[in-house]
Every structure is written in C-alpha cells, then in structure tokens.
Design a protein around this ligand. Structure first.
Ligand code: PA5
Length: 440
C-alpha cells in the first residue's frame, strides 16, 4: 500500500505539533463517514469504490469495446473534474510514445479550454478519421464542453449522418437535469449517470473517468479495486496514510507554510499533478484560507524551478511522490572514449540515477528549509493509481475540515462565469452586462 513518511518536515514543525491535530483529524474523518460535516450532501465518493457494482464496470467495458470497434479516435469532452482524472490516469498508464498501442484507439480531449486554434486543429485532425465522442458534464450546462460538443457533433453528423453519429456518442451527465440530459434522451445516446452526491473533482472513479480510461484500454476493475482496498483500510483505521498526510500539511500551514508543491520524478505523472491541484485548490481555497497547490515535474523542473525552491521565500513545502519500481529496465552503456565522463555510472539503471537525484534533492531542500512529505507507491499500475487517487481524496476531505472550510463546494468559480456571460450578453444577464460595461 501507499507509504507516507513525514520525517522530512521535522525541522519546521515538531511531532507534537502534528500530534496535536490527531483528535481534530479523527473528528474530521468521522465527519466523512457519518456525514455530520459541511457539504455532507457531497460524500458519495467516500464509499464509492467498495460500492461500485461489478455490472456497471462490465457495462463500461462493453461500451468502451464498442467505441473502440467503431472508432480510431474517441474525443472525451469535459472540463475540471470532468476531464482531469481521466487525463491523469491515461497519461500515467500510457506508453510515452506509442500511447495507444494496447488498443489502437486514441483518446483525445476537448472542452477543457476555449482555444479556437485547438478546436480548429482538432477538427482538421478528425476530418479523415473514424471518431466518436464521450461528452461529460455533470451539470450539463458548462460553456466550454458545450461549445466543443456542438462543434464536434456537427462534424460527426456531417461525416456519418445523424443515426450513425448517435451510435458513436456517449453522454455522462446528471440522471434527470441539464441540457445534456435532455439532448441525450432526445437523440437516444448511450448515457451514464453522475450521482448528485459526487462532486466533479471527486468523480474520477465514476463513469466520468472510468469510461475514457476503459476506452484507452486500461483496467478499470484494478483501478477501482486499488481504491476500494485503501478506502476500506482508511475508514477502518487500519491505514493512517491519509490522516498522516492531512495532519502534517495542516501543521505546516499553521506554521506559516502557505504553498505546497507536489513533486514527481516520473514524467507520466504530470497530469496527476494537474488533477491533484484541482482537488486541493477547489476544495480548500475559500474563506480567504487554504494551502496554494503547485506542482513540478522533476528532474525537468529542477532546471527551471529548482533555484526558487532551494533559495526563494521559505513559504513552501513539498510532497514528493516516488514510484518505487519502473515498468521497464534500461542501463547506461559504457563508452570507451568516456568524453562525457559518465563511465562512473555505466551499467547502472537509469532509475537508480533518477532515485539518487530524488534523494539528493529531498535532502538539499530539507537542508534549505523546505519541509518534505514523502509518498511512495510501488509502481505505476492501475491498482496503485486507484490507491493514490483515493488516498488524496480522503486526505483532502480530512484536511478541508481541519482547515475549517467546506471542502465540497466551489462558490468562487461562478464569478468568472457571471462576467463572461455578461460580456457575451447572454439572455438573462442584462443587469450584469450593464454593470460590467460601467467598469470597462
Ligand atoms: O469540481 C467541479 O465541480 C468542477 O471542476 C467541475 O467538474 C467542472 O466545472 C465541470 O463541471 P460539469 O461537469 O458540470 O460540466
């Protein structure tokens, strides 16, 4: 299982500082299980992995197989929680260069931005391809995915006709509400439901994440099993990884460390960092409180952000994710001329060098006043990723309650939407249009 080790923070906070949060931490965990905390109508994720019916996973696998048979490319349309989880898992499990060799079907993403060039280039790319669409929106009304879906649906219908297009579109949305639900029912798309009590950023283990991951050819049953195993152990109190992480980061926050950097040493985890940033940023950043979540990919970013982390303002701490064992084995060759001076590591595995870079950096950062939490997973597999996902979700719930916020709402994301609708003169926003014009 996941290991969390927090010795690397002890120069900044003491074990007693962390232990002082134990009672509050246990109360916070209990709020997740008994539903007595703020946002308790969004706790559907807490026991979701154990409760996911096998029949649902079989159905998702069958839909994925059908889409793969019909399509060379499947575009998953969604934003925020309806995008990042699937992207994170697919990137983590894919071959870096032949990403889809296991299935022959590519999963691309759209609706996560409003980039005109992005969408125009995607349209060009799809022009001669057999493609399908998974459109994902819990609310069914989010502007970014709605624009992308309108454009790609038109293209698919133009390429194949409406009847054939409809066989290649799957919608993941609310059971009853929203424009997407209405459209899906009218057109007869295959649909999956996002339950009301699971918020977007906690939805990767629902069809939101599972369907694109299954289309990419990965084992969703192992993913869910990994999550279920750590969920059971966390809720039974047999695994205290989430509790340790939540207490440690809150002790650091209370000691003045306002920024947390999630660090990986495996390029495949880049989008895992993006998923984690949304999970913690949207859950904790409210009431003018919250640790700012940042992420770096090392050793790449040691050559860009390394200087700041080593010697910049001491307001940061790091959480380093280590993958104990890479999937592949590659050794550094010996070279007779040795002009690059690398013969001293000839014969060593590339990962051994990576691990020494990681250890050396952790020690340097701790010495430089950057406390360090260390999270280790055995390998980048669907099972381990399932564990890592649930571990961070559980710790996020506990941590949000320790911070004293409702971890399950996101009122702040409405402000930009209001202004955008006012500026675009959306019907119903006349007053806001007038008010915003006065500010220009
Ligand atoms: O975590 C959240 O709730 C948000 O990030 C949503 O996932 C995001 O805004 C997309 O919303 P929807 O799925 O309703 O289109």
């Amino acid at each position: 299982m996941i290991q969390v080790e927090n010795k690397g923070v002890l120069g900044s906070v003491s074990l007693d500082d962390i232990k002082a949060l134990e009672t509050e931490g246990k109360i916070s965990l209990a709020k997740l299980t008994d539903g007595t905390g703020a946002g308790n109508d969004f706790l559907g994720w807490v026991k979701l992995p154990q409760d996911t019916p096998e029949a649902l996973l079989d159905d998702i696998d069958a839909t994925a197989a059908r889409l793969r048979q019909l399509c060379d490319v499947v575009v998953a349309i969604g934003i925020g929680g309806s995008y990042l989880g699937a992207k994170a898992v697919i990137e983590a499990l894919s071959d870096s260069f032949a990403a889809y060799k296991n299935t022959g079907t590519k999963v691309l993403f759209a609706g996560q931005n409003i980039g005109e060039d992005y969408l125009a280039e995607l349209k060009d790319y799809l022009a001669d391809k057999k493609f399908g669409i998974i459109v994902i929106s819990k609310s069914g009304t989010t502007t970014e995915p709605a624009i992308a879906f309108r454009i790609l649906k038109e293209q698919l219908e133009a390429q194949l006709g409406r009847e054939e297009a409809n066989k290649r579109i799957v919608a993941v949305t609310d059971a009853k509400r929203g424009a997407l639900r209405t459209l899906a029912d009218t057109e007869g798309y295959k649909t999956y439901v996002i339950e009301d009590n699971v918020g977007g950023r906690f939805s990767v283990l629902t069809p939101v994440g599972l369907l694109p991951i299954a289309v990419a050819g990965f084992d969703i049953k192992a993913l869910v099993k990994g999550a279920a195993d750590i969920a059971t152990a966390t809720l039974d109190g047999k695994c205290n990884a989430a509790m340790t992480y939540a207490m440690t980061r809150n002790a650091l926050y209370r000691s003045g460390k306002k920024i947390e950097i999630l660090v990986n040493y495996s390029p495949k985890l880049h989008f895992f960092g993006e998923w984690w940033k949304q999970l913690y940023g949207e859950s904790e950043g409210k009431d003018h409180k919250g640790i700012f979540p940042a992420a770096v990919d090392n050793t790449t970013d040691l050559h860009s952000m390394g200087q700041w982390i080593q010697e910049g303002e001491r307001s940061i701490f790091e959480t380093v994710i280590s993958v104990a064992k890479p999937e592949r084995e590659l050794r550094i060759p010996s070279d007779d001329a040795n002009l690059d001076g690398l013969n001293y590591i000839a014969g060593k595995r590339v990962d051994e060098v990576n691990k020494m870079a990681e250890l050396g950096t952790r020690i340097a950062h701790i010495d430089g006043g950057v406390p360090n939490i260390h999270v280790t997973i055995p390998e980048l597999s669907a099972y381990s990723l399932g564990q890592l996902i649930y571990f961070f979700e559980a710790a996020c719930g506990i941590s949000g309650y320790l911070l004293g916020v409702n971890p399950f709402n996101q009122p702040g994301v409405e402000a930009y939407k209001r202004n955008m609708f006012a500026l675009l003169e959306k019907p119903g926003y006349e007053k806001e249009t007038e008010a915003i014009r006065a500010k220009l």
